[in-house]
Design a protein around this ligand. Structure first.
Ligand code: 5GP
Length: 209
């Protein structure tokens, strides 16, 4: 029987290393990465349709009204959203889908997709989180402070997630996420139907071979 893909939500505070982890995960696995839409201006090196779909506010709001988003949220003054139709299409085809989204968005997805896997990425320390936000270099001193303060608050939301992965090294974090997904694919509530169907097949072979 055909098994539906798993919706994997990678979330956590800005600077925890979500983006790097997702990139490394995609290099080693056959996941489909959902490209978000945003009203934020492109940063240096970002490409339309690969990094994000860059929309103006009006286009974004039109798409909210058309219910095109699985979720959307305002993060640091810009809107970000997950286009819905492609995610559904991939999951129906049995392909696992990764969303890399902020905490508000992840909590909204959790309300809608109860069998999603919600993974919270934690920085190794608050000091390291600060260094990473600074290293990114694309922010003004005020927005750096805003990001750092909200990251500090956001860590409290870890309890709403299924798994927490500390990003000590990208390699270890990726291996942990891969192990989580191997275990998720063996969960009885996900594969019950498949097992029962194949049981009929196995019985038939035993009796008539
Ligand atoms: P950045 O501007 O640094 O690319 O992203 C800012 C934050 O927005 C990050 O925490 C990122 O995970 C989050 N984000 C990116 N895409 C989406 C999305 O589609 N929905 C939500 N809710 N957050 C997103």
């Amino acid at each position: 029987m055909h098994q539906r893909g798993i919706l994997i939500v990678i979330s956590g505070p800005s600077g925890a290393g979500k983006g790097t982890i997702c990139k490394a995960l995609l290099e080693r696995n056959k996941f489909w990465f959902s490209v978000s839409a945003t009203t934020r201006k492109p940063r240096k090196g970002e490409t339309e349709g690969i990094s994000y779909y860059f929309l103006d506010r009006k286009e974004f709001v039109d798409r909210i009204e058309k219910e095109d988003f699985l979720e959307y949220a305002e993060v640091y003054g810009n809107l970000y959203g997950t286009p819905k139709s492609k995610v559904d299409e991939m999951l129906d085809k049995g392909i696992d889908v990764i969303l890399e989204i902020d905490i508000q968005g992840a909590l909204r997805v959790k309300e809608k997709v109860s069998d999603g896997v919600f993974i919270f990425i934690l920085p190794p320390s608050m000091e390291e989180l600060k260094n990473r936000i600074i290293k990114r270099g694309s922010e003004t001193p005020e927005s750096l402070m805003t990001r750092f303060k909200s990251a500090y608050q956001e860590i409290n939301y870890v309890s709403k997630y299924n798994y927490a992965v500390v990003n000590d090294t990208v390699k270890e974090a990726v291996e942990k996420i891969e192990s989580i997904l191997i275990a998720e694919k063996c969960r009885v509530d996900r594969i019950k139907e498949t097992i029962l169907e194949s049981k009929e097949g196995l019985m038939h072979e035993q009796l008539y071979d």
